[in-house]
Design a binder for this molecule. Structure first.
Ligand SMILES: Cc1cc2nc3c(=O)[nH]c(=O)nc-3n(C[C@H](O)[C@H](O)[C@H](O)COP(=O)(O)OP(=O)(O)OC[C@H]3O[C@@H](n4cnc5c(N)ncnc54)[C@H](O)[C@@H]3O)c2cc1C
Length: 441
């Protein structure tokens, strides 16, 4: 337990900064290298993971701001510094102690607990105790809790709200799911022109929010207890409900080859919308051959000068329209029947070793960055052993979207079904909400 003395020293220590501050490259030396204990957030505009991080960063700045400097820097306007520090994607959090970079480099969907772990390494046991002591547990109750605010969860939230059912939407990121990071959607009914994914998801989210559904987004879902129908957020906030809808969607598959984990966020990306803009006039390797890889290559080509698409089979698996667009794009060349074996950094370049599956020859691709689009896996880690799954790990439901557990529903890409699209997720969300509304009303 902290003593009165340590409390006093923590209060009188570092009095100058209690809030966040925005800096530019020219202030880096003064504010960071000579700045004592610092956390620096490289963020970008039009970057959903940066928006997801912002409220966590802000709330932690309030807790830790007396002891650690919280700085933000706009990556697009300070790119030279970002490059010098090896920052390749946004957001990226770097930690400094007396001018030396310490701790982990946090990037992508940054978790609150990971930030806390790195912040705690900068301060003393006593200071940690004082700060953690300020985090008070809380409990809130709803009729329905929706886990996941992609199109499936957002639609369920809208229908439940319109049925006057007290509903909360919980997401580990910002609302929108995959749609928020899809550059263009041309097959969602009701729009004549293709829609920017982030606008479509923004509109869906605003419609549900304006109706009155409560939002708890950009949170860590620390624990889910389906029997008690309660979840714990950010390790201190308990949310309870009479019914739960699981709408957690899918996540990109990793290749699982040497160098991938180390270079993730430092030259290897899984989100073209987030990172393609950093490859203006640069050369990029894209891994995959399905719709995501082919459509996203087309998007990346708006920035990059050259794209090499590496695919393991002898034909692409994307639909004909996407393939025709790709073939007509002079910036993109395909490397069929090749498979990546490792990634390495060499100065500013990423070296991708690929195996020619016909000749077994290992070839070397030198590029400025790599994008990986090799399919998805269901986000079910928190519900494992509780529900019934199909052989690929997707949740089995009945026609009302009920799972094998009473009062637990599931919708969208996370469920076992043939076609995973925005329209099918929206349909599932509608069905679950109407079924639940009938039971609760
Ligand atoms: C690159 C790409 C392009 C696509 N293009 C199209 C297209 O043009 N047209 C089309 O119809 N479909 C397209 N799709 C498919 C479409 O995006 C999905 O079918 C749809 O988004 C599924 O919606 P969902 O709500 O089930 O899940 P998602 O959109 O995956 O949303 C799931 C949400 O759950 C959250 N979540 C995850 N784990 C947890 C947790 N433990 N607790 C709380 N929240 C959690 C996630 O953060 C996310 O916000 C595309 C998909 C990709 C990847």
């Amino acid at each position: 337990m902290p003593t009165a003395q340590t409390r006093k020293s923590a209060i009188t220590f570092f009095k100058n900064y209690t809030d966040m501050k925005e800096i530019v490259s020219s202030e880096f030396e003064q504010e960071v290298l000579k700045g004592g204990k610092v956390v620096l957030d490289f963020y970008s505009s039009e970057c959903p993971p940066c928006e997801a991080l912002a409220p966590k960063f802000e709330s932690l700045a309030k807790l830790y701001g007396n002891d650690i400097k919280f700085l933000k820097i706009f990556r697009q306007q300070n790119r030279e510094l970002a490059d010098q520090l090896g920052v390749k994607s946004s957001p990226t959090l770097l930690f400094f102690d007396d001018g030396k970079e310490v701790g982990q480099v946090l990037t992508g969907g940054v978790k609150r607990k990971d930030i806390i772990a790195n912040l705690d390494q900068l301060i003393s046991e006593e200071e940690i105790a004082i700060i953690h002591d300020k985090i008070k547990p809380s409990v809130s109750e709803y009729d329905v809790m929706i886990l996941g605010a992609g199109p499936g969860g957002l639609t369920a939230g809208l229908y439940l709200c319109q049925a006057k059912i007290n509903t909360v939407l919980i997401d580990i990121a910002l609302p929108g799911g995959h749609v928020a990071t899809t550059h263009e959607v041309s097959n969602y009914p009701g729009f004549i022109e293709p829609q920017a994914g982030y606008m479509l998801s923004h509109n869906m989210s605003e419609q549900t929010k304006l109706c009155g559904t409560a939002y708890k987004v950009a949170v860590d879902v620390s624990k889910v207890d389906l029997d008690k129908r309660e979840v714990i957020l950010d390790e201190y906030e308990t949310v309870k409900a009479k019914k739960i809808i699981i709408a957690t969607g899918t996540s990109p598959n990793l290749m699982g080859i040497p160098g991938e984990r180390e270079l993730k966020g430092k030259g290897i990306s899984y989100c073209a919308t987030c990172d393609a803009k950093y490859y203006g006039d640069k050369e990029v390797v894209v891994i995959g051959g399905g719709n995501s890889a082919v459509e996203e290559s087309d998007f990346i080509s708006k920035f990059a000068s050259k794209i090499t698409l590496v695919h393991q089979f002898d034909t692409l698996t994307a639909n004909k329209t996407a393939q025709e667009k790709l073939l007509a794009n002079p910036k993109i060349t395909t490397m069929l029947e090749h498979e990546p074996r490792s990634f390495k950094r060499d100065g500013d370049k990423i070296i991708t070793e690929v195996e020619d599956l016909k000749t077994k020859e290992i070839k070397t691709l030198v590029s400025d960055g790599v994008f990986i689009f090799i399919g998805m896996k269901p986000n079910v880690q928190l519900f494992k052993d509780k529900l019934t799954f199909d052989q690929w790990g997707y949740i089995k439901t009945d026609e009302d979207m009920r799972t094998s557990m009473p009062d637990i529903f599931a919708v969208g890409d996370v469920i076992s079904k043939k076609y995973r699209q925005i329209t099918t997720a929206v349909s599932d969300g509608t069905i679950a909400a109407i079924a639940i509304a009938k039971e609760l009303n």
